[in-house]
Ligand binder design. Structure first.
Ligand code: GAL
Length: 695
C-alpha cells in the first residue's frame, strides 16, 4: 500500500516514497547538494532490492516499513555509537541524547541510516525518533504454528522461548507520527562504495584546515586571560605541539544560559589577548551553547524567533527559521570571527531523554518554523553547526570545530563530536562507528588514573579525527597532574618532566602524520571515503572483521590497534595483504591474528605493503606559512603512487579550484619522483626531503 516506484535520484541512489512523508525532514534541511560527478565516477551498481520486496503500513501511531535482509547479512551504522558496533539482530532508537550508557541507539549523533556488508545502504528521511529492528523481530503467525513457520505447537516453555531463525529476516522500521517516509537506497557494489555514495549524497566529507589536524588544548574553565596566556607560552617553551587553544564557559559574562559576550573581569583586553595568542601561532576556539541569556545582545532580536520553552532561563533559537539563523550567524561573524576567532565548541545541543530532570527543551515544544520539539531535537545539532559554519565561511575562514550533537547527512560540516562519557574502550569504538555514517569523533583526553592510562588515551586521541586535550576542569596539563582530585592543589606530581616528554613524543606522532591525514581527508571530501573506518568497510566478506571493534583503518594505508591501561600486548587481526610494523618495520602476512607486545610509549600501528607513506618532521603548530619537511617511506618494492593533497590549508579558496594533487611515485629503477598538478599556484605546504625504502 502507498509504495511508489523507485526513482533514481543520483548515480547508484534511488528514492522510494512510502505513503505521505512529512514536510520537515532532514533532506529539507540538507547542508549541501549531492556531488553528482563524483557519484557518477563510482563503479555501476544495481538497486539492491525492489519496491515489491518492501512492506509498508500506516496506523494512528505512525508508519512501519519492512525491508528485506538476507541470511548472514551484517548491519552497521545508525550514527555515532559508543557502546555498540555490529547492529545485526538488535534494536536502535534514533534519539539524540547526552547519555551514552546504553547500546540501543541513544547517541550524541544518531542517524536513521544503516549500511550492510552485502554492499548497500539505506537512509530513512525522518526527524522522528524512529526504531530500527535489525532482523531481531519475530512475528506471530496463525494459531497452532510457531514463529519459525513450522506447524507444531510448542510442547514446553523452553521450546516456546528457544531462539529461532525466522524463515526470512526483515529490517523493520517503526516511525512515530509520520504517515510516510522517503527511503533512500544507496547501491555499492561493495560496502565501502555504499558509504561513499551516502557521503557524496550528503555533499561530500569535510576538509579541515591543516591546523585542525594538529593538537587542540582546552584550558581550565575559570582561567583568566593571563592564565591562558601562560599555559600557551609554557606549551611553546616546552615544545608541546599545540595548534588550537579552546576557552571554556568562563570566557563569557554568563554561560548557563549564554550571553555570548566576554566577561570583562577575566578578559579586560580581549583583542590584545586574541592578537597575542595568534601571534604565538594559536587558533582560538570558543565554547558556547545556543540557549540565549536575557543579558545577551542576541536576546531581543531572537525573541520572536525562538521556541516556546526556555532552557536555563534562555531562549532556544529556532534555527530552522531564517530570522534566527541570520541574526545568530551575523552576530558571531562580527563579534568573533572578524576579530580572530576561528572555531567554536557547540555544547549542550543534545538532549537528555533518559533523565527525570532534563535540562533541554521538551518534545512538546513548538517552533515558529513548524518543527515540534521531537523534530527539533533531531535537527538541532545539525542546524546549529550550519549556522556557525556560515559565520566563519562568510569571512573565508575554514574551521574545524567541535559539537556535541549531530544526525544524518552531516558529513560536510566541519565539526567533530565529543562527549562527557569517558570509557576508553567506548571512545575507541566511537572512532569506528562514526565512520559508517559520515560523522567524526574526537576521543578527547581529560584526567587519568595512572600515567600509563594517560599515554594510552593520548595514543588513541592522536590516531583519531581530532586530537583534543580537554583540560576544562584541570588547572594544569594532564601530564603534570593526572588525577582529578589533586588537580586543584597547584602542585605538580613527582617526575612530571619525564611524563611530559613522553606525551610530547606521542603528540609529535600526530604532527608527523598531518600530510598523510590531510590527503586522507581530501579523499573524504571528494570521494566520500571515511578517513577513519572499521575493517569491515574494506573487507566486508571477511567474517573476522564483523565484530572487530577495537582496531581500524586510517586512510588507505594505516591500521591502528589501540592499547588500554593494564595491557602490555594485544591481539591484532591483519586483513589480507602484507603489512609492516610502523615502528620496527617488521613484516607481517595478512589474513591472520598476531599477538603484539608494546611498551607504554608506543601504540600498534601498521602500514599496508605497497605504500608510500609521507611522514613529516613534527612541527609545533601549523602556521599559515608552515612547510612540512616530508620523508617518503616506501614499504615494499612495488608501491602504488600516493597523492599528497595541497592547497593554502586555511581558507575556502580550494573550493574554487586552488588546489594541487602531488603524485609521489617510486620504482626500483628510478627511485622516487614527484609530479604536481592543479590550480594552486601558492607556496606548496610540503618539501620532500628524503626517500627511504623499507623491506
Ligand atoms: C560540558 C562539556 C565539557 C565542558 C563543560 C564545561 O557540557 O561536555 O566538555 O565544556 O561542559 O562546562
Amino acid at each position: 500500500m502507498g509504495i511508489a516506484a523507485a526513482e533514481r535520484v543520483e548515480s547508484g541512489i534511488w528514492r522510494i516514497r512510502l505513503g505521505e512523508p512529512e514536510e520537515l525532514t532532514p533532506v529539507r534541511f540538507r547542508t549541501a547538494e549531492p556531488m553528482s560527478e563524483a557519484l557518477s565516477a563510482l563503479p555501476g551498481c544495481e538497486l539492491p532490492f525492489t519496491e515489491e520486496s518492501i512492506n509498508f503500513r500506516t496506523s494512528r501511531r505512525g508508519c512501519v516499513l519492512e525491508l528485506p535482509l538476507v541470511p548472514g547479512e551484517q548491519i552497521y551504522g545508525f550514527g555515532l555509537n559508543l557502546r555498540a558496533f555490529n547492529c545485526t539482530d538488535t534494536r536502535k532508537t534514533i534519539r539524540v541524547s547526552d547519555d551514552q550508557t546504553g547500546d540501543a541507539g541513544d547517541s550524541h549523533a544518531p542517524a536513521p541510516f544503516y549500511v550492510s556488508n552485502k554492499g548497500y545502504a539505506v537512509f530513512v528521511d525522518t526527524a522522528r525518533y524512529a526504531n530500527f529492528y535489525c532482523g531481531n523481530l519475530s512475528k506471530a503467525v496463525s494459531a497452532g504454528s510457531t514463529n519459525n513457520g513450522s506447524a507444531a505447537a510448542a510442547a514446553s516453555t523452553e521450546e516456546l522461548y528457544k531462539p529461532r531463525e525466522l524463515a526470512s529476516k526483515m529490517m523493520v522500521v517503526d516511525v512515530p507520527v509520520a504517515q510516510g517516509v522517503d527511503l533512500y537506497v544507496f547501491g555499492g557494489p561493495a560496502m565501502q562504495q555504499a558509504i561513499q555514495r551516502y557521503i557524496l549524497f550528503s555533499g561530500g566529507g569535510v576538509l579541515p584546515p591543516l591546523w585542525g589536524l594538529g593538537v587542540f588544548y582546552r584550558a581550565y574553565t575559570k582561567s583568566t586571560a593571563d592564565d591562558v596566556t601562560s599555559i600557551a607560552e609554557d606549551l611553546r617553551q616546552n615544545g608541546i605541539p599545540c595548534d588550537v587553544m579552546g576557552l571554556e564557559p568562563g570566557w563569557q559574562s554568563a554561560a548557563y544560559s549564554c550571553s555570548f559576550s566576554w566577561g570583562k573581569e577575566r578578559w579586560p583586553d580581549t583583542q590584545g589577548f586574541i592578537d597575542h595568542m595568534r601571534g604565538m601561532g594559536y587558533q582560538l576556539n570558543l565554547w558556547e551553547h545556543a540557549f540565549t541569556h536575557p543579558s545577551s545582545p542576541l536576546f531581543e532580536p531572537l525573541k520572536d524567533h525562538s521556541g516556546d520553552h526556555l532552557v536555563w532561563g534562555g531562549l532556544v533559537p529556532d534555527f530552522a527559521d531564517a530570522g534566527a539563523r541570520d541574526t545568530f550567524c551575523q552576530y558571531h561573524q562580527e563579534q568573533f570571527v572578524n576579530n580572530g576567532i576561528s572555531g567554536f565548541k557547540l555544547d549542550e545541543c543534545d538532549n537528555q531523554p533518559l533523565s527525570a530532570r532534563p535540562w533541554s527543551f521538551p518534545e512538546l515544544s513548538q517552533f515558529g518554523s513548524g518543527l515540534d520539539g521531537e523534530q527539533m531535537h533531531s535537527l538541532f545539532g545539525l542546524l546549529y553547526q550550519q549556522v556557525m559554519n556560515a559565520s566563519l565561511r562568510k569571512s573565508n575562514v575554514r574551521t574545524y570545530s567541535k559539537v556535541r550533537a549531530s544526525h544524518v547527512l552531516a558529513s560536510p560540516l566541519p565539526f567533530a563530536l565529543y562527549s562527557d562519557a569517558y570509557n576508553h574502550r567506548d571512545f575507541v569504538r566511537g572512532i569506528l562507528t562514526s565512520g559508517f555514517s559520515g560523522v567524526l569523533w574526537s576521543p578527547e583526553v581529560r584526567e587519568s588514573e595512572s600515567v600509563e592510562e594517560l599515554y594510552r588515551r593520548l595514543q588513541s586521541s592522536v590516531l583519531s579525527a581530532q586530537t583534543v586535550i580537554n583540560a576544562w576542569y584541570l588547572k594544569s596539563p594532564p601530564w603534570r597532574q593526572i588525577e582529578t582530585e589533586k588537580n586543584c592543589n597547584g602542585e605538580y606530581m613527582p617526575g612530571w618532566e619525564e611524563v611530559e616528554q613522553r606525551c610530547r613524543r606521542i603528540l609529535q606522532l600526530r604532527m608527523r602524520l598531518i600530510p598523510y591525514l590531510y590527503s586522507s581527508f581530501a579523499e573524504y571530501r571528494y570521494k566520500g571515503i571515511p578517513p577513519f573506518r572499521a575493517l569491515v568497510v574494506d573487507y566486508p566478506d571477511d567474517p573476522q572483521t564483523y565484530n572487530l571493534d577495537n582496531e581500524y583503518l586510517i586512510g588507505n594505508s594505516l591500521l591502528a590497534a589501540p592499547v588500554f591501561a593494564g595491557e602490555t600486548a594485544r591481539t591484532v587481526y591483519l586483513p589480507a595483504c602484507g603489512w609492516y610494523d610502523f615502528w620496527t618495520h617488521s613484516k607481517y602476512e595478512g589474513g591472520r591474528e598476531y599477538e603484539i607486545s608494546v611498551d607504554q610509549e608506543h601504540v600498534p600501528l601498521f602500514v599496508r605493503a605497497g605504500t608510500i607513506l609521507p611522514l613529516a618532521e613534527p612541527l609545533e603548530y601549523v602556521g599559515p606559512d608552515s612547510v612540512f619537511d616530508v620523508a617518503c617511506l616506501v614499504f615494499g618494492m612495488s608501491p602504488s603512487p600516493t597523492t599528497l593533497y595541497d592547497d593554502d590549508g586555511v581558507s575556502l579558496d580550494y573550493e574554487n579550484g586552488l588546489q594541487n594533487a602531488i603524485t609521489l611515485s617510486w620504482t626500483p629503477e628510478s627511485g622516487g619522483s614527484i609530479a604536481s598538478q592543479g590550480g594552486f599556484s601558492g607556496k606548496s605546504r610540503y618539501r620532500v626531503v628524503d626517500w627511504k625504502t623499507i623491506g
